[in-house]
Design a binder for this molecule. Structure first.
Ligand SMILES: Cc1cc2nc3c(=O)[nH]c(=O)nc-3n(C[C@H](O)[C@H](O)[C@H](O)COP(=O)(O)O)c2cc1C
Length: 198
């Protein structure tokens, strides 16, 4: 007879990690790399996907390249709206400087039987898996979107030509605060019902 209690313990520990995940704003070096980064990316590739299209694509942006990427975001902002470009360029410059790593997450969308939304949801699920993996390995990160995610020029720069598209950026690094409180979660009753016939 297997020891069910012992077998269950590591699973509960893993679940505890999922339940304690939170988004982390302020990050510092180091960003995950090597085997840790591989685990995080592999977690993304564990996401479900209808039709085995494998639509997920991850673009790692780090080191000096992220500073260049920040400049490109400034240029894209100038194309969108010259009036606000200078402010945004400075904001993006500062953002990439204080963010040890970005992982752009998108979907290669293939027209066909599988609805586009399902391919985008698969990319979203991959993003979520990577956020969880970051947390479980002791790193922190946050899923952000904003105008860059929806800008065709930024999408193209990262290899996403319509209908393929980004679903957002994950920031990744080491949390500055080690004891940040876990934000309260909504009341289960406000989000869950049980359907009954009739
Ligand atoms: C698809 C998506 C896009 C998001 N975009 C942004 C964003 O651009 N800026 C931002 O501050 N938070 C954004 N958030 C919210 C944060 O990722 C995070 O969920 C929120 O700060 C709550 O923190 P928590 O994950 O600890 O609950 C986004 C979340 C999702 C799911």
């Amino acid at each position: 007879m297997p020891d069910i209690t012992l077998a269950r313990a590591p699973r509960l520990l893993a679940l505890d990690q999922l339940l304690s995940r939170r988004s982390v704003g302020p990050l510092q070096e180091p960003a995950p790399d090597g085997a840790d980064l591989d685990l995080i990316l592999d977690a993304g590739l564990r996401a479900p996907d209808h039709g085995r299209l494998r639509p997920w694509r991850f673009v790692v942006i780090r080191g000096e390249a992220r500073l260049v990427f920040g400049e490109k975001l400034g240029e894209a902002a100038a194309v969108r709206d010259p009036a606000t470009a200078a402010t945004l360029a400075e904001r993006y410059r500062a953002w990439v400087r204080r963010t040890p790593m970005l992982i752009a997450v998108g979907a290669v969308v293939r027209p066909g039987n599988i609805p586009e939304i399902e391919q985008l949801l698969a990319a979203g699920a991959a993003a979520m898996n990577m956020l969880n993996a970051l947390h479980m390995l002791g790193y922190g990160g946050m899923w952000v979107t904003g105008p860059n995610t929806y800008d065709p020029g930024v999408n193209r720069l990262l290899g996403f030509e319509s209908p393929s598209r980004l679903v957002g950026f994950l920031t990744a690094g080491t949390p500055v605060a080690t004891n940040a409180p876990i934000s309260a979660r909504p009341d289960r009753a406000a989000h869950v019902t049980e359907w009954t016939p009739g």
